[in-house]
Design a binder for this molecule. Sequence first.
Ligand SMILES: CC(C)(COP(=O)(O)OP(=O)(O)OC[C@H]1O[C@@H](n2cnc3c(N)ncnc32)[C@H](O)[C@@H]1OP(=O)(O)O)[C@@H](O)C(=O)NCCC(=O)NCCS
Length: 170
Amino acid sequence: MSERFTIRPATTADLGMIADSLVAGLSTYRGWTPIGWNPPARTEMLIGLLQRFPRDGSWAHIAFEGSAPAGHVSLRPDRDDADEQRADVALLTQLFVREQYWGSGLAAELNAIGREDMVQRGFSSGRLLVARAHRRARAFYEREGWRATGEHETSGELGLELAEYVLDLS
Ligand SMILES: CC(C)(COP(=O)(O)OP(=O)(O)OC[C@H]1O[C@@H](n2cnc3c(N)ncnc32)[C@H](O)[C@@H]1OP(=O)(O)O)[C@@H](O)C(=O)NCCC(=O)NCCS
């Protein structure tokens, strides 16, 4: 654990800061998305978080440098196509680090915390979806042991193709 960042469990009171990180992180996607692509509006994302977070089993950790929000990781039990909970699989829903902390090791630290949580909570594997064209994030997850399954899907919310990754926890 680094001494630079303070990381603690997030509560619903942190969802505004989390929405800010989503806006900041998704705005960086303009570096590789087609011209004219824009992230969803902050209000839309915050409403989604406020609706889902308390109800779908989500949990998260939020990181600070001093009092400045630096990033977060969030997870929840995965659900299948019929919207039934998959008891043994956790979905890493977000891992976002503010751009000034890219390359600092914070993302790896948050990933490790998420991994440890999944193990502690009895999940046998993790799953995530990442934008297919997001080379930095894909390289990051591959370095951290996640494996691309080759499956893809389209996110209507983001208007982006997503690639599926899994992490074996056994
Ligand atoms: C994705 C994210 C969490 C990764 O954190 P990070 O601090 O940037 O990651 P790191 O610097 O530790 O690792 C990035 C890796 O990608 C590599 N990389 C950077 N740009 C790259 C590119 N264009 N193509 C391929 N690899 C690239 C780096 O070299 C590094 O790999 P290495 O350590 O093996 O050299 C962070 O960039 C982020 O928050 N982005 C915005 C939000 C986001 O997209 N989150 C993921 C959505 S699921």
